[in-house]
Design a protein around this ligand. Sequence first.
Ligand code: AMP
Length: 299
Amino acid sequence: MNNVLIAGTIATDTIETPFGKVDRALGGSATYAAYAASFYTEPSIISIVGEDFSTDFWKTLEDRNINLEGVKKEGKTFHWEGSYEFDMNEAKTLKTELNSLATFKPELPEAYKKAEYLFLANLDPEIQLSIVNQLEKPKLVITDTMNFWIESNKEHVLEVIKKTNIMLLNDGEARQLFDTTSLVKAAKQTLALGPQAVIIKKGEHGALLFTKSHHFNAPGYPLEEIKDPTGCGDTFGGTLIGYLAKTNDHSQENLRKAIMYASTLASFNAEDFSLNKLKSITEKDIEKRYQEFIEIRNF
Ligand code: AMP
C-alpha cells in the first residue's frame, strides 16, 4: 500500500567537513527521508534522477522496500556540493546543479494519489505544491524547505505552508522567512498561515515544537563525534512521517514521541557520511538511544 509518500530530491552529494570528504555520494532530501521512514513503513518516493544515476544507489533504496515507481529518469541527476566548518550546524552551499530537477513536472502514479501521509521534503516549492494538489485526501502533510528556496521563491514557500499540517524549519530558515530574530514570533507567524504545528530544528541543540496551545522543547543528543550533518533534517522529517503513519495517532503526546524518534535517527545520521550510519543501525540501537533521550529529560 502506498500510504506514505515522500517528495524531494535524489542527489549525488560532494561534501567536505573538518572530518573528511566524500565525492558524489548518494544524497538528496527524499533519499534520507525515505531511508529513515523505512524503519517504520514502506514509503514511496516521487522524484527525478538522471540517466547517470548508479544502479547501486537505486538498489540501496529498493533494498529497504522503498517504492520507486514514481521516480522518473531523465537527463542528469541533481548534484549538490557543500561544506561545513567547525560549527557544524549550518551547511555552506558551494554548488547546486538542478539538472533534471529544473524541468521536472511531477505526475503521481495512480496508486500514489491515495497516500494519506505526505512528506514534502526540501524541494522547489512549486513542485511541492503540484504534488500536494494531486493527492486525493491527505490526512497529514509535513513540509520542509531550505534557505535556497526561501531566497529564490519565498512567495511559493508561503503558499506550501498554507497546505501543511506540520511545518519544519531550522532556526536560520525561520528567522529568514519571517525576517525576525525571535523564533517564537516566527513560529506564531507560521501557525497563522494554517499549520497545526511548527517544529523549529536547532541542529545538535535539539528542536522546538509550537502549536497554538502547547510548546515542547526536545533536547539534542550529546554526540561526541559529528562527522557529517548532511541529511539530518531530512532524516528527522522522514522519521516523523513514518512514525506518525505507523502509529496513526496525531495526538500531542504521540507527536512528542515522534519528535524524539526523529531526533534519535537524525543524531545517528550525523555520525557518518552519506547513508553510511543509517545503513548500519538496527531497531535495537534506535530503542536504546531513545531511552537515553528519556533519561536526559528526567529530573
Ligand atoms: P539537510 O542536510 O537535511 O538539509 O539536507 C541535505 C540534502 O539536501 C543533501 O543530500 C542535498 O542533496 C539536498 N539538497 C541540497 N540543496 C537542495 C535544494 N536546494 N533543494 C533540495 N534538496 C537539496
